[in-house]
Design a protein around this ligand. Structure first.
Ligand code: PEP
Length: 251
């Protein structure tokens, strides 16, 4: 049985106090979430320790939203993955489309980040997804296939078991437009086949593939019912405890 995961990406939102409050509100509602649904929250770097203290001892795991592509040293403004581990993170999001679009995140950088994360015992939540023009041109499989093959080039089958993939069509992120369950399922099946071809059927069967892009309580159930969708990476709706939990209980 594959793990079911609902992960919240808070992006660059909330003060520390607001983040702590949000985490407390999520913890207060944990009793509603089915036992087999795992939760992850990814607050900004500055909130990790404070939010981590709120969720300590609960089933919620802590994630960062990014990490440096170097291990340590003179890289002003960067945060090393070993520091994330030290702050209590179990996961880090990597390759989010906003980082690719605004901060020049390349596949080459992601290869290093994934390697460093795995070496530190941090599980990457590796994001892939096509832009609107790429989908309209019918290139979505090609784009996602290239993102996967470039970044997972040096990963072993054993490593792959510690990587979560998030399919996030860029046209669905923060737009209110969600991929239909059929659109999402066909790409998720494509991603699972990619993993099977590269790492073997058993690894593919274990690989958690999340959907992200305007997922909310009203559409989560239909998406999560799809065979190859193992949960969601949630942006906007993760900023309200009721909505985040509402998505988690949609399983
Ligand atoms: C995201 O940015 O990872 C995301 C899925 O955002 P939203 O849910 O707001 O579309």
């Amino acid at each position: 049985m594959r793990k079911k995961i609902v992960a919240g990406n808070w992006k660059m939102n909330t003060t520390v106090a607001e983040g702590v409050e949000l985490a407390k509100n999520i913890v207060a509602k944990l009793g509603e979430v089915p036992n087999d649904v795992n939760l992850i929250i990814a607050p900004p770097f500055t909130h990790l320790v404070s939010v981590g203290n709120v969720i300590k001892g609960t089933k919620i795991a802590l994630s960062a939203q990014n990490c440096a592509d170097e291990a340590k040293g003179a890289y002003t403004g960067e945060v090393a993955v070993s520091m994330l581990k030290d702050a209590g993170c179990a996961y880090t999001i990597l390759g989010h489309s906003e980082r690719r679009q605004y901060y020049g995140e390349t596949s080459a950088k992601l290869v290093n980040k994934i390697k460093l994360a795995l070496e530190s015992g941090i599980k990457p939540i590796f994001c892939v997804g096509e832009k609107l023009e790429e989908r309209n041109a019918g290139n979505h499989f090609k784009v996602v296939g290239t993102q996967l093959s470039e970044v997972l080039s040096e990963v072993t089958a054993e490593d792959m078991l510690n990587i979560v993939i998030a399919y996030e069509p860029v046209w669905a992120i923060g737009t209110g437009v969600t991929a239909t369950s059929a659109q999402a399922q066909e790409i998720h099946a494509f991603i699972r086949k990619f993993v099977a071809d590269k790492f073997g059927a058993e690894v593919a069967e274990e690989t958690v593939i999340l959907y992200g892009g305007s997922c909310k309580p009203s559409n989560a159930k239909e998406l999560f019912a799809c065979k190859d969708i193992d949960g969601g990476l949630i942006g906007g709706a993760a900023l309200k405890a009721d909505d985040f939990i509402g998505i988690a209980i949609s399983y």
